[in-house]
Design a protein around this ligand. Sequence first.
Ligand code: SF4
Length: 203
Amino acid sequence: MDTKDTIVYEAHGNLYLNITNRCTSDCVFCIKRYSDGVYGFNLRLSKEPAVSTIIDELSGIELSKYREAVFTGLGEPLVRLDEVLEITQWLTSQGMRTRLDTIGHAKLIYPGRNVAKELADAGMKIVSISLNAHDEETYNQLCAPKHRNSYQKMLEFARDVSKAGMELRFTVVNLPKVDIDKCASIAKEYCADFKVRGYGGPI
Ligand code: SF4
């Protein structure tokens, strides 16, 4: 039986990268709570893959077949910022468009760094931030962020993303507590694309 960790997987014409299971939140709707992964891929990692392992795996794939490479998976990619930057640089050198899906706590994890600028300089094209709620109280209830002031800092990071010249997207999960219209207004205010995701877990 193949027990190799799933680091790279494909769906919807994209390549997805699963580089960590760690996260700065504990969302009530997290896939980790009710499944081992998505699209039939087990995304639980026995250990975090080294950059060389990830690039080795990507090197064996015909990248031009895919629309974009997306840092996502069963965790928050930015807990491994330096690895994200290195892999993004490599993907960009191969002509691959790269997107990051993030909970957006970069300013709290790396207070001394301009993470958005570093991402843009590495070649990142799109940053999709989990907005998740229309206000801080709802956000804290749904996401249980590990850092204080996460909602505000996530919104500040979103501004940084636009300032650094990357495309910005906000996503929310369609849950009864979430005011989707208010979230859409926030996205409009930030000139961000807006995506509502369905919830596939237990009620
Ligand atoms: S940010 Fe994503 S990975 Fe982290 S707990 Fe929330 S849903 Fe799960």
